[in-house]
Design a protein around this ligand. Structure first.
Ligand SMILES: C[S@@+](CC[C@H](N)C(=O)[O-])C[C@H]1O[C@@H](n2cnc3c(N)ncnc32)[C@H](O)[C@@H]1O
Length: 191
């Protein structure tokens, strides 16, 4: 998924929709989970106006690429680290917003990831998410060319949203399905 087509979609389409649903995060302290090579991190700074972004990925090579690509940002504004979304290295209620650009569907124990996101969000903090659903992951292209967890770990919109709400992140109707239900894009608020 780390390719120019994906990056273009992320910048021109997903970011615009996420902003419409959740607004900007001007001057805020933000966490990005599974940042890959850092395209989302740049969007969070430039489009959403974050003051400080902490971004991590489980893959050290991705963090190395992100370090190179994001070298223009000073270390007091950008913290990059290798880390696992099911055990986030941050205190409770420490971020104003968390961004998820298509990572939670990669995590077999994805409900633990949701639990961790809820834990590190401040009350009233926002969770911006773009996720890939079981409809997409069941398609031939995804099964053949991309590596993902087994089908018993997949989710659709309703299951994902109900898990967020069970863990205290209220989404309500602030979520949309795109491309025949293959993607869900939404913003929830920590209660
Ligand atoms: C589809 S890529 C998305 C990367 C980036 N967010 C983007 O949109 O371009 C999924 C990313 O999630 C990372 N990832 C997978 N499991 C993870 C975990 N348990 N904790 C943190 N990152 C993880 C992968 O290494 C990969 O970089």
């Amino acid at each position: 998924m780390n390719n120019p087509v994906r990056a273009g979609l992320q910048r021109r389409y997903e970011a615009r929709l996420l902003e419409r649903l959740g607004g900007r995060v001007e001057g805020k302290r933000v966490l990005e989970i599974g940042c890959g090579r850092g395209v989302g991190t740049e969007i969070i700074f430039e489009r959403f106006g974050a003051r400080e972004v902490h971004a991590f990925d489980v893959d050290p090579d991705m963090i190395e690429q992100a370090r190179i690509g994001l070298s223009a940002y000073s270390p007091d504004r950008l913290k990059l680290a290798v880390g696992d979304v099911t055990a986030i290295e941050a205190p409770d209620a420490s971020f104003d917003a968390v961004f998820d650009f298509a990572i939670i569907h990669h995590v077999p124990n994805w409900k633990d990831a949701v639990c961790e996101v809820a834990r590190v969000l401040k009350p009233e903090g926002l969770f911006f998410f773009e996720e890939v659903t079981s409809y997409a992951l069941g398609r031939w292209f995804y099964r053949t060319f991309l590596e993902h967890p087994m089908s018993q770990h997949w989710f659709g919109k309703d299951l994902f949203v109900s898990e967020l709400e069970r863990q205290g992140i209220l989404v309500g109707n602030n979520v949309v399905e795109r491309f025949f239900g293959d993607f869900i894009i939404g913003v929830g608020r920590r209660m």
